[in-house]
Design a protein around this ligand. Structure first.
Ligand code: ADE
Length: 344
């Protein structure tokens, strides 16, 4: 099982696009280089220092927050700071208990196991994880039927770092087994600007400060988006000009990508237009919105909605999603009186 998973990893490494390879070079390796999330960094510093003092692995860490805010990056940073190995997998990739057993037994003492999309871990596998997390033991069932018996194997003292975009779906017993839980929030605009400048420096892009500001302003307060926009602006400047990015070029590039001044893209606007034009501003159910714009329900809920909620353009009510007066105004429409009331 392990060899299959490793093969898959090797194949996916080879197929990595240039963009993904760049993302790896942009990732900070140390807490010092990691911009933003100051409260999390302060707490992590203490946990890391204490673990080093005691010469023990740090406790299991659960990271939650919207996509692109740096959960995986933080896991790499923790491994780097501790000088230990890290094994990356995800909830849906672990199909059988044997898959997890193969991974766990391949770890070295102190290693980190990073499980992304923890909320998609199957419940039977969660059961295998409990004794592994608590006592570093693996209970394996050998054989079938009346002759089946359980053998208990010792595991290395590893640290599990779990990441999820959906904390509410993580079962209570699993949540309770993490010693440290951190919620990553949207970044401060000036931190996003610093990330854009840092990435431009690593990529060797000449970027005017106003251009960095413009990219940061449209990056949804999310590092992954900021780096993506920077790469597209860099391409644009290389093709349309001499590669140096000034504010005018940055704005032109972002407008060409249909990214508006608040960072909304075509799909965000279609979501809002669907609610406003087709459903009179709502309430309308999530699956109806997703069907109307031909997107997956999960993508709408986990990728697009959080930022629209953060902007105050959308409200979630028990009867469905509602567009606020601010959303009407942003799209250049006159809000009806009932949408105005949602502003309070
Ligand atoms: N690149 C992506 N996320 C980052 C962060 N938080 N700090 C620095 N560079 C980053």
């Amino acid at each position: 099982m392990l060899s299959v998973m490793e093969d898959e990893r090797v194949i996916s490494e080879e197929l990595k696009s240039e963009d993904q390879a760049i993302d790896l070079t942009l990732r900070p390796k140390t807490l010092k280089d990691y911009i933003g999330q100051d409260a999390i960094k302060a707490n992590l510093k203490i946990a890391l220092a204490a673990a080093k003092q005691r010469k023990e692995p740090i406790e299991h860490v659960l990271l939650h927050g919207n996509p692109g805010l740096g959960k995986t990056t933080l896991a790499y940073v923790i491994a780097h700071e501790l000088g230990v190995g890290i094994r990356i997998t995800s909830g849906p990739a672990i199909e059988r208990a044997g898959d997890l057993a193969a991974i766990l037994t391949s770890l070295a003492d102190g290693d980190i196991l990073f499980i992304d999309e923890m909320h998609r871990l199957n419940r039977a596998i969660e059961e295998v994880l409990y004794p592994a997390m608590e006592d570093f033991k693996l209970d394996l069932v050998v054989g079938k039927g009346p002759g089946a018996r359980t053998i208990r194997l010792d595991l290395p003292r590893f640290t599990l770092i779990g990441a999820t975009t959906r904390m509410s779906v993580i079962s209570g017993p699993l949540r309770d087994r993490f010693g440290l839980t951190f919620r990553l929030d949207y970044y401060q605009p000036n931190d996003i600007e610093k990330i854009v400048q840092r990435s431009a420096m690593i990529l060797g892009v000449s970027l005017a400060p106003e251009a960095a500001q413009e990219i940061a302003r449209r990056a949804r307060r999310t590092p992954r988006v900021a780096n993506r926009l920077l790469k597209r602006v860099r391409d644009y400047a290389a093709v349309k000009a001499d590669g140096k990015v000034n504010k005018t070029l940055a704005v032109e590039a972002l407008e060409t990508l249909s990214i508006d001044p608040l960072g909304l893209d075509e799909i965000d606007r279609r979501i809002l237009e669907t609610i406003i034009d087709k459903f009179n501003g709502g309430p309308v159910g999530l699956s109806t919105i997703a069907a109307a714009i031909a997107e997956e329900t999960e993508t709408v809920e986990e990728v697009y909605e959080p930022f629209l909620l953060q902007l105050g353009f959308l409200h979630r009510t028990s009867r469905g999603r509602v567009a606020t007066g601010e959303a009407y105004k942003h799209l250049g429409r006159t809000p009806p009186p009932e949408a105005q009331r949602l502003e309070v």
